[in-house]
Design a protein around this ligand. Structure first.
Ligand code: AMP
Length: 509
């Protein structure tokens, strides 16, 4: 028998098995907050959302964009939008208006949902928009009531979401993930983490980032509880973990640093330690000192995964083995600082020139409306990650990034986009944008700039110029003035040489 693997089934199961259990605790005290919802209420609201979309003429395959910080409504959209065969387009709410209008236009969205706090981002859009303030969206998110449930035949190879990601080009590309991709990623991830019906998931990771890496699906399927967190703050994370009995959270290494900073002299309460918190980290290589501190100071289990938006994302996982139990903390940390071993159903290989390649059911369908770019990354039947590394037995070790992308605080920034912006300044004659090592952010967006002779432009002027034209997280935090930039005989910038100066004793470039 073949039954289509679709993510809608996850919520159907939870509502059947755990109808009365609290499914979601929304962020309290914010406009449009839904408070606490049981799994049955979550299902009625997701079904209500699907019905409202249908009433608005939004049909199977149509795109619905979501620009929001984490919220219960975002969670509902994974099921009400994708679960009913519509395509969810989660957008990073920290992008600039220009980026957002490009994405909305490129994906051909029929409707844009926006968080009240960032509603200015939708000014000037010509497609219908709804503000998630509890008033404008009241009908959209109303429970199904006595309306008929939308029946749509969703196939596992239908598109579930389009997740825009900054790659090697200045413009973000739309990563099309199918129901099969997202379902298998969620199940495999959940299996590796041992997600179960006693888990409480704190949504630290932005839900727009690869659909919260797929945890919203997996945790729902098991009837775990979702605790929504809107803003990343180390103290708040520790408070919520204690107060809500959180057992699992996912985040970038920069967030781990924020949690450890907040820890300071604060004592973790013994009950929290007994909860057995697992913290899953990805997005950049975590320094082993951080891994060690998580285990020794917080008493939490540190788990690393590696993957990309294009791979839904799970490719490899590193979770301490029984054999490592007796090792000193620093040795365990060194072992855990590697990206990990292939997740179930994933094959990893390394090309002759040191690029990590992958094959798996989690690998995407392609870039939306970009067949050439798709063919390029899927050449030879392997997905080309653009990451450099090697295999140490079964373990993948990431050493380098071949693509021109900087990852700062877990979010991608295209160097080319920042270079384009700096070139727009009259006094800039040459520029190279690279990532330089930084304890907190992983990498700092750093611009090496050659100014027009006699120009009096300051570093602050250039940063202000970028902040005026780009999303603020993309603007360089560091600017270095240079007399010239080294180039090859054919005039190409050799970024790895420019980077070398800043990464002397760091092995992970
Ligand atoms: P994104 O598509 O935004 O999720 O970014 C994916 C990129 O993040 C990968 O290609 C890597 O460069 C980087 N990345 C993700 N996880 C890890 C990890 N565990 N270690 C090193 N780099 C990582």
């Amino acid at each position: 028998m073949h039954v289509a693997m679709t993510i809608g089934q996850f919520l159907d199961r939870a509502a059947l098995v755990y109808p009365e259990r609290v499914a979601i605790i929304d962020e309290p005290g914010v406009e449009g907050s839904l408070g606490a919802l049981t799994y049955l209420e979550m299902k009625h609201r997701a079904d209500g959302l699907a019905a409202s979309l249908q009433e608005r003429g939004i049909a199977k395959g149509d795109r619905v964009a979501m620009i929001s910080a984490n919220s219960a409504k975002f969670l509902l959209s994974f099921f009400g939008v994708s679960g009913s065969g519509r395509v969810l387009v989660p957008i990073n709410y920290r992008l600039s208006k220009e980026d957002i209008s490009y994405i909305v236009d490129h994906c051909g969205a029929s409707l844009v949902l926006v968080d009240p706090e960032v509603k200015d981002l939708i000014d000037g859009l010509t497609v219908p928009t709804i503000v998630l303030d509890g008033v404008d969206d009241a009908a959209l998110f109303a429970p199904l009531g006595d309306r008929p449930r939308v029946e749509v035949d969703v196939d596992e190879n239908d598109t579930c979401s389009i997740n825009y990601t900054s790659g090697t080009t200045a413009r973000p590309k739309g990563v099309e993930l199918t129901h099969r991709n997202c379902s298998l990623n969620a199940m495999t991830f959940g299996w590796h983490l041992g997600v179960n019906d006693r888990d409480v998931l704190l949504h630290v990771l932005p839900m727009f980032h690869v659909n919260g890496w797929g945890m919203p699906y997996g945790a729902t399927a098991m009837g775990a509880r979702h605790v929504v967190l809107r803003k990343v703050d180390g103290n708040e994370i520790l408070d919520r973990i204690e107060r809500e009995g959180v057992t699992v959270l996912c985040c970038a290494p920069a967030v781990v640093v924020a949690i450890l900073d907040a820890l300071g002299t604060r004592r973790i309460d013994a009950a929290t330690t007994r909860q057995g918190v697992r913290i899953v980290v990805a997005g950049a290589p975590p320094p082993s000192k951080i891994v060690e501190r998580v285990e020794t100071e917080l008493g939490w289990e540190f788990i690393q995964i590696y993957g990309l938006t294009e791979t839904s994302p799970l490719l490899t996982i590193n979770r301490a083995r029984a054999e490592w139990d007796g090792l000193p903390p620093s040795e365990r940390a060194a072992l855990l600082a590697r990206a990990g071993v292939p997740a179930i159903g994933v094959e990893i290989s390394v090309s002759e020139d040191g690029e990590i390649l992958a094959r798996s059911n989690h690998v995407f369908r392609g870039y939306f409306n970009q067949p050439d770019a798709t063919a390029q990354v899927l050449e030879g039947g392997w997905f080309h990650t653009g990451d450099g590394g090697y295999l140490d037995g079964a373990f993948t070790v990431i050493t380098d990034r071949k693509k021109d992308v900087i990852i700062t605080g877990g979010e991608n920034v295209s160097s080319i986009e920042v270079e384009d912006c700096l070139f727009g300044h009259d006094d800039v004659v040459e520029v190279a944008v690279i990532g330089t090592p930084d304890e907190r952010w992983g990498e700092l967006v750093t611009a090496l700039v050659v100014l027009r002779p006699g120009a009096s432009t300051t570093k602050e002027d250039l940063i202000a110029h970028c902040r005026a034209h780009l999303a603020h997280f993309k603007a360089p935090k560091r600017i270095e003035f240079k007399d010239h930039l080294a180039r090859t005989a054919t005039g190409k910038l050799q970024k790895y040489k420019l980077r070398a100066e800043y990464w002397p004793e760091v092995t992970q470039r």
